[in-house]
Write a protein that binds this ligand. Structure first.
Ligand code: NAP
Length: 284
């Protein structure tokens, strides 16, 4: 059986092309999309993540600013960025300084600029079915299917993982009327994981364990969306055992080149949408 490999890179390329046109249009109206990142604890993985976002932003002509900030000034800087009409998206890197919890901080980001979709306000909107920005990884996992022509309406989705950053928002997104999927969420308390997986049309795996999902756990009709990012001997691999599954299941996203490739494009799309809101409101 020829298995479909669902390529995220081409999805990302198409999205970026479309964004370029939208950014050109914004610039005609003198709106220059700008994304700002506040960095209070600059560890290596944070800096490498920021570098890759900067590359994508600059390719599109988005202004990307990194602001190193002392922990004691974090809230004050954030408040200024919330008020600055020339800033369309704000990100705050983690880890955070001692004494500041993610919720303390995230509840202070203006939801209109929360392009990562991670604040309590953004997640709350998703819960009530009126999202503004959905966490980028969750949205990327759905987008890679939709852009490859898959319909989620009335289909059964199994999400493995229930973290606040990935599993939960993904499950909530799939439940939106727009996607209309029937959703099962699995976690370490799930008794017979494979029983659930084998009944699914779509399987989203976000457990953070290299090669976790294997042939004996799945059915041939499963479409697998691998959200995992793991490093084994310096090599990037997903949560699914790609080699084991690739000629067995209906379709699968690779790692690298799958969901991760689409995630940054989603972030940029959110930023452009945030800037376009000014056009709609006539604030140019
Ligand atoms: N592609 C991207 O852009 C992107 C972005 C963010 C994260 N990720 C990746 O996605 C993966 C998940 O990230 P995360 O932040 O959600 O991780 P996390 O916070 O560690 O959550 C892992 C989830 O998987 C569940 N789980 C772990 N082992 C399991 C098992 N044996 N059976 C069933 N469920 C199990 C856990 O269940 P319990 O709740 O019961 O503990 C938990 O809900 C990681 O590889 C991460 O690097 C990718």
């Amino acid at each position: 059986m020829a298995v479909k490999i669902l390529d995220g890179k081409s999805v990302s390329r198409r999205m970026m092309e479309n964004l370029k046109e939208r950014i050109d249009n914004l610039k005609k109206h003198r709106i220059y999309p700008k994304l700002v990142t506040l960095i209070s604890v600059p560890d290596d993985s944070t800096l490498s993540y920021i570098r890759s976002q900067r590359r994508s932003a600059e390719k599109l002509g988005i202004i990307f600013e990194e602001i190193p900030v002392d922990g004691t000034k974090l809230f004050e800087r954030l408040e200024k960025l919330n008020e600055d009409e020339k800033v369309h998206g704000i990100m705050v890197t983690q880890p955070l300084p001692k004494g500041i919890t993610p919720v303390d901080l995230l509840m202070r980001i203006d939801p209109k600029k929360d392009v990562e979709g991670v604040s309590p306000a953004s997640l709350g909107r998703l819960v009530i079915g009126e999202p503004m920005f959905i966490p980028c990884t969750a949205e990327a996992a759905v987008r890679i299917l939709v852009e490859n022509g898959y319909d989620l309406n009335g289909k059964h989705s199994v999400v493995i993982g229930r973290s606040t950053t990935v599993g939960k928002p993904l499950a909530l997104m799939l439940l939106l009327k727009k996607y209309n999927s029937t959703v099962t969420v699995c976690h370490t308390g799930t008794k017979d994981l494979s029983l659930h997986i084998k009944q699914a049309d779509y399987v989203f795996v976000a457990v953070g364990k290299a090669g976790f999902l294997r042939r004996e756990m799945v059915s041939r009709r499963n479409v697998i969306v691998d959200i995992g990012i793991n490093f084994v001997d310096g090599k990037l691999v997903g949560d699914a055992d790609f080699e084991d599954l690739k000629d067995f299941v209906e379709a699968i996203t690779p790692v690298p080149g799958g969901v991760g490739s689409v995630t940054t494009a989603i972030l940029m799309e959110h930023l452009v949408r945030s800037a376009e809101r000014l056009l709609e409101e006539g604030k140019t």
